[in-house]
Design a protein around this ligand. Structure first.
Ligand code: CP
Length: 310
């Protein structure tokens, strides 16, 4: 990556440690603008297309907030049925056309690899805002920013990734990023929802210490950061199978306090029952702060790919 100007952001596998640290440094400078304490017109006259072909609250609105608060403007399409993809247009052709209208494209799509296809057609930067069960690079970057803000460091931490590691795209992207650091990973999931071998094979290659377990208590005993995830209902072919797993793990205040009341709890959100409401008041419950950090991270990525950040 290194030179971000004009680059696509499609996979965190493309990021070196130097890249991650540069993006975090830029994001930290944007925090006062993201948190509504300062104003900026850095992206004045820049236009972003937000193509969201799967549901989203945080990613779409934080990208739109980031662009608007930096003085840029946004065109949004929500739902593939309202685009010409529904008439059979290819993603490549869509990219070729959209590049004529806007300066940057942000895309969420249910099919893994869809943003890569649009990026092949478009000469403007394309940012992957979540491609099915593939990746969610901008989420993982804001997750690493949040870990750094909450814990003051990343090296030396034991991080537990919990829940649906098979279909959960955020944990795929986060694994790639964390493999640039001296961390230990505890991968907690039911057997049927284990981390894909593509990711565990990568962790092995990078010599990252990791263990796989079904036991949430093991993670609560040993990790300083617990990254919880929702079981991805929309990826299950059999609704009965989803019902079996949806509340396989439920984090409660009692459970956290029994093992490690000082643990940092992250979640990309939305949560659908896997973190009880009584956890929210714990000092380590950082998931709403995490969502807020997303605006600064998306400001940084937009400014970088548009060549407006050093
Ligand atoms: N974390 C995340 O991607 O949330 P949304 O699906 O609401 O964008």
């Amino acid at each position: 990556m290194k030179n971000f100007k004009g680059a696509d952001v499609l996979s965190t596998n493309d990021f070196t440690r130097e890249d991650i640290e540069h993006v975090i440094e830029v994001a930290e400078k944007f925090l006062p603008v993201a948190f509504k304490e300062k104003t900026s017109n850095l992206l004045e006259n820049k236009l972003m297309a937000a193509l969201f072909y799967e549901p989203s609250t945080r990613t779409r609105l934080s990208f739109e907030a980031a662009m608007n608060r930096l003085g840029g403007r946004v065109l949004t399409v929500v739902g593939a049925e309202y685009s010409s993809l529904a008439k059979g247009e290819t993603l490549w052709d869509t990219g070729k056309v959209i590049e004529k209208y806007v300066d940057v494209v942000v895309m969420r799509h249910p099919q893994p690899g869809a943003p890569h296809e649009i990026a092949e057609g478009a000469d403007v930067p394309v940012i992957n805002a979540g491609d099915g069960s593939g990746e969610h690079p901008t989420q993982a970057l804001l997750d690493v920013l949040t870990i750094k803000k909450e814990r003051g460091k990343i090296d030396g931490l034991t991080v537990a990734l919990v829940g649906d590691l098979k279909f959960g795209r955020t944990v795929h992207s986060l694994s790639y990023l964390l493999s640039n650091y001296d961390v230990k990973l505890i991968l907690v999931s039911p057997e049927k929802l284990k981390m894909p071998q593509e990711i565990t094979g990568f962790l092995k290659k990078q010599k990252i210490a990791y263990e796989e377990t079904e036991k949430l208590e093991h993670a609560l005993q040993h990790a300083q950061v617990l990254y919880d995830t929702r079981v991805q209902k929309e990826r299950f072919a059999d609704p009965a199978e989803y019902e079996k797993y949806k509340h396989y793990y439920v984090l409660t205040r009692n459970l956290i306090e029994k093992y490690n009341g000082k643990m940092t709890i992250l979640h990309p959100l939305p949560r659908v029952g896997e973190i009880a409401k009584d956890v929210d008041d714990l000092p380590g419950a950082a998931y709403f702060r995490q969502a807020q950090n997303g605006v600064a991270m998306r400001m940084a990525l937009l400014a970088l790919v548009l060549g407006k950040a050093a």
